[in-house]
Design a protein around this ligand. Structure first.
Ligand SMILES: [Fe+2]
Ligand SMILES: [Fe+2]
Length: 322
């Protein structure tokens, strides 16, 4: 993330940086809201703080107090209409963000059933803000940059600094850090985002480990290496079946016990190993949990470890390939 405090020397750079940062925060939040699992209260609280505190309470204020009035004085009448239009849009944005704010507050306070309203009000605000920012970045800011004298530019910068002093030193840094956190949290949460499902599937099929995933309701939902060499046979017929029914009757209670332990958090790994002809097979079962620790299912990994068991000495990257 390139949110390191840069040396911004003009009002144009500061305001443009604000716009870029907001675009990234909104894109990250849109991704978070599109995920199957609902966002955490902490994430929504940070997003609310950013949109209400920074975009509405700070960025728009800088425009209305320092940039717009001066531009209205300098611009020709037709261009002055543009300033009036932006002020009107700020009022519309205020209305949209207050709807998001209400839903966000309720959600943070535990009203998880407000998720639909939260997402809907966020999307309405984000798409409005996107159009608004483009008009400013593509038309209004370049126009002001052209029309402002060097003294005007200095005055705008000074007014921004004054407003910052009123808010308290460090406010800008705090919000910029908050933006970086919001964005990186979404990016770190899901590095696979942006990969096509078929690429992700190909990656999993390339692992030297065969995978089978059983969901939180004990139903088989996925297995890898469908078309490649399988260590244990898997076919599409098992998808959707309860895992207990895929095992012989005598191991039924053991499977039940393992899954029960995983769900209750009593065990984090169960493993077996056995011979299959000349090969040594290592089978492990892992509980799969989300960031909050909620049980999502059980992953089985099956690996032929025969060659690994025979490794001796070293064969490093720069050694001749055998
Ligand atoms: Fe604006
Ligand atoms: Fe703006």
């Amino acid at each position: 993330m390139d949110f390191v405090q840069p040396t911004l020397t003009t009002w144009f750079e500061i305001q443009t940086k604000d716009h870029d940062m907001t675009a990234r925060v909104l894109a990250a939040a849109a991704r978070a809201f599109a995920e199957p699992l609902p966002p955490t209260s902490g994430f929504v609280a940070d997003l609310r703080d950013y949109l209400v505190g920074f975009v509405q309470g700070w960025h728009h204020q800088k425009e209305e107090r320092a940039v717009f009035p001066r531009l209205a004085q300098r611009a020709a009448q037709a261009e002055g209409g543009l300033v009036a239009a932006m002020v009107t849009e700020h009022a519309q944005a205020r209305e949209l963000v207050s709807r998001f704010d209400a839903a966000a507050k309720a959600y943070i306070d535990g009203a998880r059933d407000r998720i639909g309203e939260l997402v809907e009000t966020f999307r309405a605000y984000a798409s409005f803000d996107e159009r608004h920012r483009r008009k400013e970045s593509d038309v209004l800011y370049p126009l002001a940059n052209r029309l402002f004298s060097p003294e005007d530019a200095e005055d705008v910068l000074e007014e921004i600094a004054e407003m910052e002093r009123d808010l308290g030193w460090g406010t800008r840094e705090r919000y910029w850090n908050l933006a970086a956190e919001i964005v990186s949290r979404v990016e770190l949460k899901d590095l696979s985002w942006g990969l096509k499902p078929e690429v992700l599937a190909a990656i999993l099929n390339t692992l030297p480990i065969q995978l089978t995933f059983v969901d939180q309701d004990d139903r088989v939902r996925y297995f890898s290496h469908e078309r490649g060499a399988q260590i244990v046979d898997r076919s599409r017929g098992v998808i959707g079946k309860e895992v207990q029914r895929c095992h012989p009757q005598k191991s039924f209670s053991l499977v039940e016990e393992i899954l029960g332990d995983f769900k209750a958090g009593r065990r984090e790994l169960v493993e077996f190993w056995f011979d299959m002809g000349p090969r040594k097979i290592h089978v492990r079962y892992w509980p799969v949990r989300d960031e909050g620790g909620k049980y999502l299912g059980c992953l089985e990994t099956v690996q032929d470890v025969t060659a690994i068991q025979k490794l001796t000495g070293q064969n490093r990257l720069l050694d001749p390939v055998g």
